[in-house]
Design a protein around this ligand. Structure first.
Ligand SMILES: [Cu+2]
Length: 424
């Protein structure tokens, strides 16, 4: 525990050191895709495409997405750091609601080295402060998945993320033309399943809480043991992963044992600079610790659109569908639509609407349909070249399953007030 806390504070220090040093002298607001400087990488990690296309794990987002991060060079290595920390007061209404004040977010560091024009080696580390919020996570009506104590499931709460969200390495080789092959290994890492994880995708990274459809779409972003091989041709990517099906356990500071018992395949396509599409399938062996006999086939499809404006503003949106086909014959669908609109550089308005078929919300295990619509906004101030501070709020209209009276009959709601610090 002490070692984890120490490693965490070291990473915070390292990230702020990045933010201050910026040895390359390049601002994060420059368009990296048009940069052509010796020693400074400008292509993607996995192939010959703009580096703005790379999102979490090996996933893609639209090329037009903003490139967030503080850059530096160290010898032959190009370094990148990105920090997003949220301080959140959260209150969820009704008999099943609760309150909590907590810290959430992510810290990311990347080190990349290119060998000639054709080969790229990339390491990524991603940490989460969630581990310090306590094992039971934070109140979020209709959120389910994982456990706080190893005996009861987390219901109406979002689980904390593990301190180590990603420790990965990737190697890619580009052929002549626009084809490339790559290998990615993570312990933990993100298999080729679902859209980019919510905290890293253009349409969701400014929304402070997790989607309730997290376990229908992108919950595998922290997987203890992932091996992915992929092939890129221009704007297409096909990739396959062998990984550990079990979700992280309730001990958020440790490393769970790798099993490589599950498989995923994903096809991604960026038809133009503004769009990114993916379809994926995964077989998850025994994902839930509390229901070890259950296996899952998960299907997801998503589309993300990003449009930057000339004055520094932007619009980003994602629609996504996920289907969990459980091995006992149950089919559970989930839908998500989310968008971020930045009318100007330091203002963000966001909205997220979700619907899910969930059988964990009722005590009897019957499937109930729950939905939520959250809206919110953030005002940021730039306090240093690579540092901004923001204040915001979120309000969620929740629609409880009719079959579950314990929500109080009416429609409960969620409210969050928050501050954030972003190093980019
Ligand atoms: Cu997660």
């Amino acid at each position: 525990m002490k070692i984890a806390a120490l490693a965490f504070s070291l990473c915070v220090l390292a990230s702020s050191a990045y933010a201050q040093s910026d040895m390359s002298g390049m601002g994060s607001d420059m368009d990296m895709s048009h940069m052509d400087m010796p020693g400074m990488a400008s292509s993607g990690i996995f192939g010959s495409y703009p580096m703005t296309r790379d999102a979490s794990g090996t996933s893609w987002q639209p090329d037009a997405a903003e490139h967030n991060g503080v850059h530096a060079m160290a010898g032959d290595w190009s370094l990148m750091g990105h920090v997003m920390l949220w301080g959140i007061y959260d209150t969820q209404s009704g008999p099943r609601g609760d309150d909590k004040t907590f810290l959430a977010g992510m810290l990311m560091g990347m080190a990349r080295r290119d060998f000639g024009q054709s080969d790229t080696l990339n390491f990524r580390i991603m940490l989460s402060p969630d581990a310090f919020m306590g094992k039971s996570g934070y109140p979020l009506l209709f959120a389910t998945g994982e456990t706080a104590n190893g005996t009861t499931p987390l219901i109406d709460r979002q689980h904390p993320h593990d301190l180590f969200m990603e420790l990965s390495g990737a190697y890619s080789h580009k052929f002549h033309g626009d084809e490339s092959v790559f290998l990615y290994a993570g312990y933990p890492g993100e298999p080729a399943l679902g859209p980019p994880a919510f905290m890293h995708r253009a349409s969701g990274m400014d929304i402070p809480d997790a989607p309730i459809t997290h376990h229908w779409l992108d919950s595998t972003h922290i997987t203890f043991g992932v091996l992915t091989a992929g092939f890129v041709q221009g704007d297409w990517k096909i990739e396959a992963s062998q990984f550990t099906g079990r979700e992280p356990d309730q001990h958020r500071f440790n490393f769970d044992s790798p099993k490589f018992d599950s498989t995923a395949v994903r096809l991604s396509w960026n038809p133009d600079a503004n769009w990114s599409l993916q379809a994926s399938w995964g077989y998850l062996k025994s994902p839930e610790q509390l229901e070890p006999a259950l296996n899952e086939n998960r299907f997801t499809a998503s589309a993300t659109y990003v449009k930057p404006f000339e004055d520094g503003g932007s619009f980003a949106a994602t629609v996504a569908w996920g289907l969990k086909k459980e091995s006992d014959g149950t089919d559970l669908n989930g839908l998500l639509a989310e968008a971020e609109y930045k009318p100007a550089d330091l203002w963000t308005l966001f909205a997220r609407a979700e619907w899910e078929q969930n059988r964990e919300l009722s005590a009897t295990g019957t499937i109930g349909e729950a939905s939520t619509i959250a809206v919110g906004g953030i005002k940021d101030w730039r306090v240093a070249e690579h540092l901004k501070f923001g204040v915001g709020a979120l309000y969620a209209f929740d629609f409880a399953p009719h079959a579950v009276p314990s929500y109080g009959g009416g429609n409960p709601h969620g409210t969050m007030a928050f501050v954030r610090v972003v190093a980019e």
